[in-house]
Write a protein of this length. Structure first.
Length: 220
């Protein structure tokens, strides 16, 4: 787990991907992923060929690492102009340029790499050895995945701020109710909200959009 504020990101460490060492269960493991982290050693002479090999292996399993984060989640939507594939997976991807401590001009090295490699993923420079840049990963993901933290409360009691429910931008009070309990999702009538999405104590309905930091009181 990678903590950030009061939420945790679950990271899945996959084996190295190469044509010589196939991983038959790779596509299944990625189906539940929201995004991909592509780790590249910029000091490796064959880094471009290695990245191309990763893309080729993933394509065989109908998985594509994409540079666009506008959807902020894994998607089966096919790229524009291509034939739709109901089993395809499109994962927004962040490239982690590792071993940055070994490269004198890391900015120039990244620019050169991105000129030669496609697609041109967003990049964070990191060092697993020194810890450089590792603290930037979680806040970057939180922002680009469009995460929203919602805290719940019962009438007459303070909100529970220990463990928020996590949603995405564009989700609603109805989605909060589903996370709390499936029976509540069927029976709740309205909610009261404190936070950015409305004035304090505002009564709202099922379709009200929640914002990060909202406190929600559900009424059945």
């Amino acid at each position: 787990m990678m903590p950030y504020a009061d939420v945790h990101f679950q990271l899945v460490d996959l084996p190295a991907i190469s044509p010589e060492h196939p991983v038959p269960w790779l596509a299944s493991a990625l189906q539940m992923a929201d995004a991909g982290l592509l780790i590249v050693d910029l000091g490796e002479p064959s880094r471009i060929e290695q990245v191309q090999a990763v893309h080729a292996v993933l394509r065989e399993q109908r998985v594509t690492l994409v540079e666009r984060w506008d959807s902020a989640s894994g998607s089966s939507e096919a790229p524009a102009g291509s034939d739709p594939d109901p089993f395809a997976l499109q994962l927004p991807t962040l490239m982690l340029a590792n071993k940055a401590e070994r490269i004198a001009d890391i900015g120039a090295e990244i620019d050169a790499f991105r000129e030669l490699a496609e697609p041109r993923y967003p990049v964070l420079t990191v060092s697993a050895a020194t810890g450089l840049g590792l603290g930037e990963i979680a806040p970057w993901l939180f922002d680009h995945l469009g995460m929203v933290r919602v805290y719940t409360k019962t009438p007459g009691h303070p909100p529970d701020r220990d463990r928020p429910f996590t949603l995405r931008r564009g989700q609603t009070i109805a989605d909060v109710a589903k996370l709390v309990h499936k029976d509540l999702a069927r029976s709740f009538r309205y909610a009261r909200v404190w936070g950015k999405s409305g004035f304090d104590g505002q009564q709202v309905g099922h379709e009200h959009l929640v914002a990060d930091g909202d406190v929600v009181e559900l009424h059945a």
